[in-house]
Design a protein around this ligand. Structure first.
Ligand code: AMP
Length: 392
């Protein structure tokens, strides 16, 4: 389906052209017409499906020619990285319009954000904490709000933002259009949806099932051989950009060091890095300065980098939802990607769960000529790396 069939303003079609979108993705086919009709929506769609443009285009269409420099559309995201990405997509798609969009999120000084707000914006992309802070200090008013989007609602729940979301919702006009996007629908999200949506249309795209442009493989290996195996795979595999997930910040740091010693261009993304360091890591990974990024789940949430060819789960994620989110970083918008997951003997339960959501047995692979029998060094200790998630 071409974007022309949506009756979108021609300026926005220029935006989709500029972004290189030729045909609408399935989520866009379903969401755009319904969102344009003004209905509330509850959408099950993972990242990588084109969901951002699915809500951005109808928002731009609705606000077009009515720029009033007061916030008419609010998009709430769980992480700064996702907020920045949504903002980037908005800027690309709106380049032929006079609409203004800005972002507010924590971890950086609010001064520039307040300045941008003072100049007047039509669309605000925000993380919950900083948004509430700026609302409380009178820098943000949402009295004129027409449209609200909650993006990646399940992750906002995971990150403990539910009370903030409820506070934000209590301060926006009851007469508004609301769209809620989530990759998964735990009970709390269903309850939130019931509270804040008005007779919503429910749209489901690939319900909690990983993108089918991704191939999955498991690499059974002893814990103490994981780093060696990873380096061997990096040496022997034809990759473009590789995103490696670890369970903890400490392990991300250690692994990035090991990879760097092998002369790879590697960076890392985790909760101990400052906002400036995170931005530089993402920018460098996006523009090819780094081919490899080692990340923890929370830091990499919502990351949209086009050319990731491989996601390597150095540590298997704790939940199938995390798996879906991780591998959503590759195989984006119809490109194909590979997800490699290292498993140890204790991972049987989560592997079975993964296979049940993928709907088939995941291929087990071994690396040729890799010595899986090297014993654990005598002075190695299992703690803290063998503990379950410490923090991300
Ligand atoms: P999202 O699910 O919004 O994170 O989008 C994932 C990626 O798909 C982003 O890089 C978008 O720029 C890209 N994308 C979105 N819509 C389309 C489309 N219709 N055709 C090709 N790529 C798209």
């Amino acid at each position: 389906m071409s974007f022309k069939s949506f009756d979108l303003d021609t300026g926005l079609l220029a935006g989709t052209d500029r972004a290189g979108y030729e045909v609408a993705t399935p989520v866009q086919e379903k969401v755009i017409p319904r969102a344009m009709s003004g209905r509330d929506l509850i959408v099950t769609a993972q990242t990588g499906t084109g969901k951002t443009a699915a809500f951005v285009l109808p928002i731009l269409h609705k606000l077009l020619n009515k720029e009033c420099r007061s916030i008419r559309a609010l998009i709430v995201t769980p992480t700064r990285e996702l907020a920045a990405q949504v903002h980037r997509d908005i800027n690309e798609l709106k380049f032929r319009t006079n609409l203004r969009s800005t972002t507010v999120y924590g971890g950086v000084s609010p001064n520039m954000q307040v300045k941008a707000l003072r100049r007047g914006v039509d669309i605000l992309v925000a993380c919950p904490g900083r948004l509430l802070d700026l609302m409380n200090r009178g820098h943000v008013t949402l009295k004129g709000l027409d449209i609200m989007v909650l993006d990646e609602a399940d992750r906002m729940l995971d990150m403990g933002f539910m009370p903030d979301i409820k506070r934000i919702v209590s301060k926006v006009p009851a007469h508004r259009q609301t769209m809620l996007f989530s990759a998964t629908f735990p009970r709390e999200i269903e309850m939130l949806a019931k509270k804040i949506l008005n007779n919503p249309v429910r749209i489901s795209i690939g319900v909690s099932c990983p993108a089918n442009t991704v191939s999955h493989s498991l690499f059974p290996v002893a814990q103490h051989l994981k780093s060696k195996l990873l380096l061997r795979i990096l040496d022997n595999t034809d990759t473009n950009s590789v995103l490696v997930f670890t369970r903890t910040k400490r392990r991300a740091v250690r692994l990035a060091d090991q990879i760097e010693r092998r002369k790879y261009k590697v960076t890392s993304l985790h909760g101990d890095r400052s906002q400036a360091q995170r931005d530089a890591a993402i920018k460098g990974f996006r523009n090819g300065r780094y081919n490899i990024m080692v990340a923890t789940d929370i830091a990499a949430r919502g990351l949209d980098i086009e050319h990731i060819s491989h996601v390597i789960n150095f540590d298997i994620p704790d939940t199938t939802d995390d798996y879906i989110h991780r591998i959503g970083r590759t195989g984006r918008a119809r490109k194909s990607g590979a997800a490699f997951t290292f498993t140890t003997s204790g991972d049987g339960k989560i592997v079975r769960k993964l296979e049940s959501i993928i709907g088939e047995k995941i291929q087990r692979k071994t690396v040729k000529d890799f010595d899986y029998s090297i014993p654990k060094p005598r002075n190695s200790y299992s703690s803290p790396y063998n503990k379950r998630r410490i923090s991300a």
